[in-house]
Design a protein around this ligand. Structure first.
Ligand code: HAM
Length: 424
């Protein structure tokens, strides 16, 4: 049998080199920013009961209809999570967080799976960093959440983010159901002008017609009423306060009647962050309020708001902007010449690492010159150089690797404190 190359599955990717650094920055940035805003980490399983996603994301959505990886390995249908909100809320209920009687702020990061047609910025395994704030209907919380997304992009050096904002109202008869009926009445005479997908959406999910990219559909959509002009009093007041809150924080936004989002659990505020570097898949993150989901999943009526950011899309923007993608430089490179010094250097490197100082050495028997080159390539700030004469005298050379930096001979026992003096 011939040995055939095994390659990564279409729509999945490896992250290495500069991409690996960007990926790590995107993940580290999430921990830093989300904890700064008082969010606590939650990690949920990568697969859950299929029913969880069908009930939360909605049966008539693209995700549930055609994009889920669903298996039946035993008696239960399971699905690789296409997003993080459903699992977070399932866990919130399962662990009785709703009984704590206070706002619960959770953040997560990890792989998600959607069987979409792969293209730039659209993968079948991708990563999200996201947050869910569960237990408050305060419009200022919507504002805070939106501001946190922007703080996250800033942390990654991503400038040029645009914020699209809309309110799709709530489930009260006079709010979204009335708007949906009005929309359908206006669309019906034009059904023949709409694409096949929109025709099928007309029955099951008419609001999604608003965000169809087909130019014929967009012509029809242009003249349709906006959801934000058809809100109940409570939703109208909420939307006004969210907009006021954003303006007070100096956050610019475009109110966009065509923003309806692809998941069914939303109510009131919906938003999307977009970036020009991304091309067709320009949504770099998105979220909104979902005041009905906790109840839908069997809990008490509990308002909530959250978002998720696409890590791969953030990485594309970082690359396009030349946002920093350098690895943290190595602090110390140890050079031990000859077998005894190699062994002694290994002990010194271990002690440095225990002190929290990044340190490395050669394990391939390189010459002194070649080890110095390696130290430079790794960006080492200090080199420790140990030869047999130094070892016999209990000394080691500490070389400052900066241009014109000096080399000192110090007692081995003092090496760590001497190294520390040279590090920022
Ligand atoms: P979403 O808009 O479906 O929302 O996904 C959030 C982000 O994930 C998108 O804006 C995009 O950046 C990224 N993304 C989605 N699909 C792909 C893909 N196939 N390839 C690469 N990136 C992708 C949600 O998932 C909601 N759970 C957000 C949320 C949290 N709403 C409330 N809380």
């Amino acid at each position: 049998m011939s040995k055939k190359d095994i390659r990564a599955i279409e729509g999945t990717r490896d992250y290495l080199g500069e991409d690996g650094i960007r990926f790590e920055k995107a993940m580290d940035g999430a921990r830093e920013i989300f904890t700064r805003f008082g969010f606590e980490k939650i990690a949920t399983p990568v697969f859950e009961s299929t029913d969880l996603f069908a009930r939360s994301i909605g049966e008539a959505t693209d995700i549930v209809e055609k994009e889920m990886y669903t298996f039946k390995p035993g008696s239960e249908m399971i699905t690789l999570r296409p997003e993080g909100t459903a699992g977070a809320i399932r866990a919130y209920l399962q662990h009785n967080l709703h009984k704590q009687g206070s706002l619960t702020k959770l953040w997560y990061a990890g792989p998600m799976f959607r069987r979409e047609r792969p293209q730039k910025g659209r993968y079948r395994q991708f990563h999200q960093v996201g947050i869910e704030a569960v237990g408050s209907s305060d419009p200022l919380l919507d504002t805070e959440v939106i501001a946190m997304g922007i703080a996250y992009y800033e942390r990654l050096g991503i400038t040029g983010i645009r914020l699209r904002l809309n309110s799709i109202g709530c489930s009260k008869d006079e709010c979204r159901p009335a708007y949906r009926a009005k929309l359908r009445a206006e669309i019906e005479p034009n059904l023949d002008k709409l694409c096949k997908t929109c025709n099928s959406r007309f029955e099951r999910n008419a609001l999604r017609i608003l965000d169809c990219k087909n130019p014929h559909c967009q012509e029809v959509v242009k003249g349709l009423p906006a959801s934000y002009d058809n809100l109940c009093e409570e939703c109208e007041d909420h939307f006004a306060k969210v907009k006021e809150g954003l303006a007070a924080q100096g956050i610019e936004f475009d109110v966009d009647a065509t923003l309806v989002r692809g998941l069914d659990y939303y109510s009131k505020t919906v938003f999307e962050y977009t970036h020009g570097a991304l091309g067709a898949q320009d949504a770099i993150g998105g979220g909104g309020r979902y005041d009905g989901l906790v109840e839908e999943l069997g809990g008490p009526a509990t308002p909530a708001v959250g978002f998720a950011i696409g890590v791969e899309r953030a990485m594309i923007a970082m690359e396009a902007l030349g946002a920093c993608c350098c690895a943290a430089p190595l602090s110390v490179f140890g050079i031990g010449l000859g077998e005894d010094c190699h062994k002694a250097m290994s002990g010194m490197i271990t002690r440095l690492r225990r002190e929290g100082i990044s340190a490395d050495m050669d394990y391939e028997g390189r010459s002194f010159k070649s080890q110095m080159r390696l130290a430079n390539r790794k960006g080492a700030q200090v080199a420790l150089i140990l030869g047999d004469n130094e070892l016999a005298e209990g000394k080691v050379n500490v070389k400052d690797m900066r241009e014109g930096g000096e080399q000192l001979s110090v007692n081995i026992a003092d090496a760590i404190s001497e190294v520390k003096k040279l590090l920022p």
